[in-house]
Design a protein around this ligand. Structure first.
Ligand code: GAR
Length: 223
């Protein structure tokens, strides 16, 4: 049987991409990363992909007058690899409904907050400003509304008294590298599905997202 195909979209340093590449190489994710696509030619993650002998493609935003025409080109590039799953790994562009509908129920994103808290940008700074005691990251299915699709798994990160934006961001990122490969492995193994707003793990609806806390996985209340 041919392996499932994953296409990963990035814009930046690609540390999540690296965690996913490593998980594929270890055999923890039973799929092939068939392409890494960036909207920026200078994204460091492209070098990570090249080192792992993965196809890289750049679709520069400057070349396209509006979101729809950009996304049309993006869809054409992604479709070449017939992906079973699209993974957004620090892809800092809002996707059009056209893109999201084309790959319905098969797009995952990671966001650096405990959604629904702190949608949007600068989440670590805003967590500190709001004096939150617990911050973290969320893996969610992508829906037509920004940072709002059903959440699969979250990692909690305690905020420390002397945290700076950078130190907090760093600890959250470490946890992102744990939960994203996990969720992707569930998806490619057919264990993770979405039904409307419900997330199903092993055929049962998650009443709340799975939780990665103090290096342990907690799955509470399924029906
Ligand atoms: C990660 O922290 C990811 O959660 C965030 O961008 C960073 C990418 O880092 N994504 C978003 O903010 C999406 N709204 P990486 O390039 O090192 O994986």
């Amino acid at each position: 049987m041919t392996k499932k195909s994953i296409v990963i979209l990035i814009s930046g340093s690609g540390t999540n991409l690296q965690a996913i590449i490593d998980a594929v190489e270890r055999g923890d994710i039973n799929a092939s990363i068939t392409a890494v696509i960036s909207n920026r030619a200078d994204a460091k993650g492209l070098q990570r992909a090249q080192r792992a002998h993965i196809n890289t493609i750049v679709v520069e935003q400057g070349d396209h007058p509006d979101r729809e025409s950009y996304d049309q080109v993006l869809i054409a590039e992604v479709d070449r690899f017939q992906p079973d799953l699209i993974v957004l790994a620090g892809f800092m562009r809002i996707l059009s409904d056209q893109f999201i509908n084309h790959y319905q129920d098969a797009i995952l994103n990671i966001h650096p907050s405990l959604l629904p808290a702190l949608k949007g940008l600068h989440t670590h700074r805003r967590a500190l400003e709001a004096a939150l005691q617990v911050h973290g990251a969320s893996v969610h299915f992508v829906s037509n509304e920004l940072d709002s699709g059903p959440v699969v798994i979250q990692a909690e990160v305690p905020v420390l008294q002397d945290d700076t934006e950078a130190s907090l961001a760093d600890r959250v990122l470490q946890q992102e590298h744990n939960i994203y490969p996990m969720a992707i492995a569930w998806f490619v193994d057919g264990r993770l599905k979405i039904n409307g707003n419900d997330v199903l793990l092993d055929g049962k609806v998650l009443n709340r997202p799975a939780l990665w806390k103090a290096d342990q996985l907690v799955i509470s209340e399924q029906h």
